[in-house]
Design a protein around this ligand. Structure first.
Ligand code: GLU
Length: 445
């Protein structure tokens, strides 16, 4: 691959469950890298496992990516590509790069235990390589069907320059020949993935560090397929605030996040930067995040993901969202001025409705002492005579001059009478949203 090849990335989920935060992060990183280079981001549905793959999960994956704004530039499905795998497989079989094995799961388990008991790494002993054609014929006659392993080349050391982990070296003798095909003919993940990465022209594979040992074997599969491997980068896994990512946090899916009032922009802003020392910047949209996406900023230490931070970023994002983005989520009648006035007070868009009902009323104001009631009556009279385009500065200045009240004694009773609350949006922005007659009524109540 030359460095001028256009960047093509892929997100390759298995549709055996809903996407969780970790997958979403992988999808995002692949999307960001492709966008940064003006390249293409492909979705590949890894549904070779017919028993565990489900169509509703395929649809949920597409819907989740759409919600996140990560629109694929193309989609492939492994279950429609079996002919391609068969062809490559037959070639590899002809070259002796895949070989037939008959050990049962129990036999393999026993072999592993014996090796571990001797303090040796549990590497497959390749005994199936010593079977003769007569042995195979006898197995076949006894209706034993083989599964297939890819034969690693023990004489070529495995190396790649990982975009996040730096130079990687593996001794192929320390790795078991991976099983690539089951006895029933079905495919395991490893080989179809490498075949597809070649066929789809994938230039960059970004995935979690739980795939590092797969990459070691796949590097040799690319060579066996006559192709150069893509560039690889393996991101550190996510952890929770206190060590390991909790099951709950780790399994959070788009539906849970939506329900918690998390906006896609917040997830994108956080997951684009988590694992780097760069700050999360709620002002950056996905394109800006793509432009500044840089694998070399990612560290090898686990990236800390926690709820508190997600909600903090979400609030900061909500404070930036333009009216056009949220209008369909707001209560009837709530316009742009109201959104702009209210959004700095929101943790979630859903809370806008609460503040809008403060604007439209009725509100229940706290009891006030006699002197404050007099003050509020004066306020009602002043308000009745004000131009309502920007009433708050005039109202407070007039009252300050007339009553000598200032600071909290001036502002708090007005806020309480007008909103029923002790805190909330800036009154200068909020008051003009409240109908003048209604404001006067609240002040004189
Ligand atoms: N289907 C694999 C997974 O979900 C894909 C891994 C890869 O990116 O190659 O783990």
């Amino acid at each position: 691959m030359t460095s001028t090849a256009p960047v093509v990335t892929r997100f390759a989920p298995s549709p055996t469950g809903n996407l969780h935060v970790g997958n979403i992060r992988t999808a995002l990183h692949n999307w960001l890298l492709a966008k940064k280079h003006g390249g293409r981001f492909l979705l590949r549905i890894d549904d070779t496992d017919a028993a565990r793959s489900r169509e509703d999960y395929v649809e949920a994956i597409r819907a989740d990516l759409a919600w996140l704004g990560l629109h694929p530039d193309g989609e492939e499905r492994q279950s429609l590509r079996f002919a391609l795998y068969e062809e490559a497989f037959q070639r590899l079989a002809g070259e002796g790069r895949v070989y037939r094995c008959y050990e049962t799961a129990q036999e393999l388990d026993l072999k592993r235990k014996i090796l571990l008991g001797r303090g040796l790494p549990p590497i497959y002993d390749r005994s199936a390589l010593h079977l003769t054609e007569a042995d195979h014929a006898a197995k076949e006659a006894a209706s034993e069907r083989p599964h297939w392993r890819f034969k690693l080349d023990h004489d070529s050391p495995i190396t790649w320059d990982d975009g996040i982990r730096g130079p990687q070296h593996f001794d192929p003798r320390q790795i078991s020949d991976p099983v690539v095909r089951r006895a029933d003919g079905s495919w395991l993940y490893m080989l179809p993935s490498a075949i597809d990465d070649v066929a789809m022209g994938i230039t960059d594979v970004l995935r979690g560090e739980d795939h590092v040992s797969n990459t070691a074997a796949q590097v040799q599969m690319f060579a066996a397929l006559g192709a150069n491997p893509p560039r690889f980068a393996h991101g550190a896994l996510l952890t929770g605030a206190e060590g390991k990512l909790s099951k709950r946090l780790g399994s959070l899916g788009v539906a849970d996040l939506r329900e918690a009032g998390i906006e896609p922009e917040a997830l994108v802003a956080l997951l684009a930067r988590l694992g780097t020392s760069d700050p999360v910047d709620p002002a950056l949209d996905a394109d800006a995040l793509a432009a500044s996406f840089d694998l070399s900023r990612f560290g090898r230490a686990p990236a800390r993901f926690d709820d508190t931070e997600l909600h903090r970023v979400n609030a900061a994002i909500v404070h930036h969202l333009p009216f056009a983005r949220v209008r369909h989520l707001l209560p009837e009648g709530m316009g742009e001025a109201a959104w702009d006035a209210i959004r700095p007070n929101l943790a979630h868009i859903g809370e806008a409705a609460d503040w809008w009902s403060v604007v439209t009323g009725p509100v229940a104001a706290p009891e006030q002492d006699a002197e404050t009631r007099t003050f509020l009556h004066t306020a009602a009279q002043v308000a009745a005579g004000l131009d309502w385009a920007d009433p708050w500065p005039a109202l407070t200045q007039t009252l300050k001059d007339a009553t000598g009240r200032k600071g909290k004694a001036l502002f708090l009773p007005l806020r309480q009478a007008l909103t029923g609350m002790d805190h909330g949006p800036d009154m200068k922005a909020l008051l003009p949203l409240i109908d003048r007659a209604e404001a006067v009524r609240r002040l004189s109540a």
